[in-house]
Design a binder for this molecule. Structure first.
Ligand SMILES: *Cc1c(COP(=O)(O)O)cnc(C)c1O
Length: 480
């Protein structure tokens, strides 16, 4: 069994195994003709259940053959130009190379004595990011597992910086289309059930600052404490960007921590054309970025950044077995002092390799392309009488619904759109997402693949219309 340990004597085995796996995936990517096979959980489960995990194959090629059967064949492929559903990006090769290196060396970024240069590389990537945001000379941050954890940590810091220990009096303000991790965080942080105040959005799905000002005023009048305002720079559903400068002004006036959730919109930090859309982000107290959404990085790759490094102390605990207090005076850099996690992946290496091979402009160019594609898609939808489209995109998301010519019953239109999404998924021809707008069912394209063309968008719209019409034809038959 020792031959399976990666070490000085097994270099050849390592090289062969990994190369074999890379070959399989490369062959798969080259021959994938659809983003999905349409397999159902019921069809796939027996194949996976049938595998006896206590009877190993003792053979890499056989295990890869089996993997083809239980995973690779039916996986959902984000690199395919007709995968248009969620905030998943195709990944860039330098980052995948970084991933291979980081898991083989397996540094753990909690302490210097488990990572050495890894710690310094992560710190450079953090500094690079805070520089792009413009957070100033005292800024810092740390990599996290994802935007959910980044938001949680940011709100933890905000809670600790708030001017009261009475958790029941704390209020967090976020738009009605902010990410659900704001609510989850409030719960985890022990805030009251009414802690998160939902602020309405305007026609473009941007937080209404007048409503925010009113709620902040009411909060003050009621003797409550405005702990934080969460501004979303790229909502999950619409890609809409809250008015950051106005929100920053209100945060200053009411003494609230300004958190910018840029899990999605962070791609603009590298943009060559649209960076100004997130102007005002530099006034934040904390920022969430998900490189695994708009920097074309593999999951996971995320960070929380703060204006004032000192606020990270709220996540600091010292343990004799890991990071004793004396190490601070000895100037030993232990990233665990800033993190909610202990053992932690060296995810920063993926972005490091990306910046070293492609450069930030390379990432920005790709992200600009998907933003431009969304604008083109919006024009197509706006000009197409078969569809109703919600907002002109600020990033790369399109939310729309099929409006059949002869149908006026909104519930029937809902059912036709739900059916179209399901039928499309089952066919595997394309994958699209769905959401609700004003109580009605809509469909969603999240465009993160620069390989997707307007022809793909047109073709998928035709497929959607076809499935919806088929549903309506059948429901007409049922009614007769
Ligand atoms: C995706 C997303 C998150 C959560 O990030 P994960 O990496 O999925 O945990 C938070 N906020 C916004 C706006 C998002 O789009």
């Amino acid at each position: 069994m020792r031959s399976h340990l990666l070490n000085d004597t097994t270099a050849e085995h390592y090289r062969r195994s990994v190369t074999e796996g890379v070959e399989r995936v490369a062959a798969k990517l080259a021959t994938t003709t659809r983003p999905f096979t349409g397999v159902t959980a019921d069809a796939l489960a027996p194949r996976i259940d049938a595998i006896d995990l206590d009877r190993p194959l003792h053979d890499t090629a056989a295990a890869l053959d089996e993997l083809e059967d239980v995973y690779l064949r039916d996986a959902v492929y984000f690199h395919h130009p007709r995968y248009l559903a969620h905030l998943n990006c195709p990944v860039v090769i330098p980052a995948v190379l970084g991933e291979a290196v980081l898991s083989a060396v397996n540094s753990s970024l909690d302490t210097w004595d488990q990572s050495a240069g890894g710690t310094l590389i992560e710190r450079r990537i953090i500094d690079w990011t805070t520089g792009r945001i413009g957070l100033g000379p005292a800024a810092d941050g740390v990599f996290t597992s994802g935007g959910t954890q980044s938001n949680l940590q940011a709100l933890l810091l905000a809670r600790e910086e708030a001017k009261t220990d009475d958790l029941a009096r704390l209020r967090v303000f976020a738009s009605e289309v902010s990410h659900f991790s704001v609510q989850k965080s409030a719960k985890l942080l022990g805030l009251g059930p009414d802690a998160v105040v939902s602020i309405p959005v305007d026609h473009d799905k941007r937080l209404r600052t007048a409503a925010l000002a009113r709620e902040l005023e009411r909060c003050a009048e009621a003797g409550l404490v405005p702990m934080a305002v969460v501004a979303t720079a790229g909502t999950t559903d619409f890609g809409s960007i809250d008015p950051l400068p106005e929100i920053a002004g209100l945060c200053e006036r009411y003494g609230a921590w300004m958190h910018v959730d840029a899990a999605y919109g962070c791609g603009l930090l590298a943009s060559l054309k649209y960076r100004d859309r997130i102007d005002g982000i530099e006034r934040a107290d904390s920022v969430t970025v998900d490189y695994h959404k708009s920097f074309f990085q593999p999951v996971s790759s995320s960070a929380v950044l703060v204006r004032d490094a000192a606020t990270l102390r709220h996540a600091t605990y010292h343990a004799e077995y890991l990071n004793p207090r004396r190490m601070v005076t000895e100037r030993i850099p232990n990233q665990v002092d800033k993190s909610l996690q202990t053992t932690r992946r060296f995810d920063a290496l993926k972005l490091w390799m990306t910046l070293r091979v492609m450069g930030a402009d390379g990432i920005g160019e790709l992200f600009d392309e998907v933003c431009d594609l969304a604008s083109e898609g919006w024009k197509l939808l706006a000009a197409d009488p078969r569809f109703d489209v919600v907002v002109e995109p600020s990033l790369s998301t399109l939310v729309f619904r099929h409006i059949p010519a002869a149908v006026t019953d909104p519930a029937e239109i809902d059912r036709a759109n739900l059916y179209a999404r399901k039928a499309l998924f089952a066919s595997g021809d394309a994958v699209v997402a769905g959401t609700k707008v004003a109580g009605r069912h809509y469909l969603k394209f999240t465009l993160l693949n620069p390989e997707t063309t307007t022809a793909d968008i047109s073709a998928v719209l035709d497929l959607i219309a076809g499935h919806a019409e088929q549903y309506l034809g059948e429901s007409l038959d049922r009614a007769c």
